[in-house]
Design a protein around this ligand. Sequence first.
Ligand code: ADP
Ligand code: MG
Length: 456
Amino acid sequence: MASALLASKTDLWEAALGVLPEKVGRVTFDSFLRTSVPLSLDGTDFVLGVPSDFARTWIAERHLRTLERCLTELAKEPVSVRLEIVPPELLTPQEPLPAPSAARDVIPARSAFASLPLNPKYTFGNFVVGTCNQFAHAAATQVAKAPGTAYSVLFLHSKVGLGKTHLMQAIGHFVQAYRPDFQVVYISAEQFVNHLINSIRDNRTESFRQHYRSVDIWLVDDIQFIAAIEGQTSEEELFHTFNALYETGKQIVIASDCPPRQLQIMNERLRSRLQQGIVADLRPPDVDTRLAILEKKAQTEGVAISRDILVRLAQQIESNIRVLEGALMKVCAYTSLYGVELTPQTVDEMIRDYATSSSQPHVSIDEIASHVAKHFDVSVEQLKSARRSRAIADARQIAIYLARELTDHSLHSIGKYFGGRDHSTVIHSYRKVTEGLEKDPQMLWLINNMKTALSE
Ligand code: ADP
Ligand code: MG
């Protein structure tokens, strides 16, 4: 039996509402728990009514134990929780109530949407994750799982051929599969501009606006194209569309060939909006990731090719995944045409022309340490010491993660810097933070802000 104090389901749930935001995180709380309702408390079985199947899965997979622990503490009895989907009229109303949206009713037919088709190969399953793109991948998966809730704006940037379009479309595929009620629109900025120009010409700007503003997930590729256009009309229109979606809690994902601050746009408000989201870069992959990508590609394309040759390609083509894939296809074509495997010399010959260099701006490990120390209110000396108190250890893990992400230092030298630790500790710290990024929106947000601050 629950304690006398919290004997009713309502009392128990109200008490829980006071502490849950802190335990499950704001995003989950606001999206799924705030409107949930206590349905029954029978002995120690608590049944919670949740808004959707999606909410049920989300809570069940990530927060059920926290929820049970929290209710158990409050009731001073072991409470077990069951989740049931309830119709909207039974839910606790959101405050403030969202403005009724008429847009839903005027959505044009699906086929009327100017979405480019998604490439069926650009899925999360086909995306190889390495240190070069792990952060972007983590952000993209979180966006895909809870569009419009965790981060309303995700800004992906990298040089050409490093996976922006792939990752962006993977979000589209995922949402289409799990949220078929969501209107996903994938367009290039160029297509957006063409569409705009046509609608101005035909006096249809109002329907143009309606059209884009009833989108749930807006994937805008190659936004740098906007900068190449004379005049500000397209920027303005993009900005308005962006704001309309942003303000109605829709999901926006942007890809660009440079970070927001370098984007050649006139509209400073647009730039600052772009900077407010999660900004994730994709860097050229290291040799192991390149090899993994080649192996995956050979497998999905169903081509048999010796590992020696894959290794050779991976070692020599450093900067661009599209080029890497191109080289693989060239080698495959040769093999199937002549029915023989290439010799290493022929491979070298074939890929000689591919450019390979790449370089990143550098941050020093000292800068990272002092930034992290300041944020966590510890000293740099403490980060560099062997001390293991919880607060220092957490901060140190993040500093190690950032050192690995943002500098070229070896595992050994990072470990040495942070208290003479060995490379396995560095790997462990890196992995802990990486896991946090996949699960915890706050962690992703924190790391995002630190990376942005450090690379400014
Ligand atoms: P971008 O948009 O950055 O120019 P793309 O997304 O078009 O790059 O990627 C270029 C090619 O490389 C695509 O064929 C894509 O599938 C492939 N690719 C990029 N990153 C990865 C990855 N991490 N794993 C597997 N394939 C990748
Ligand atoms: Mg692209």
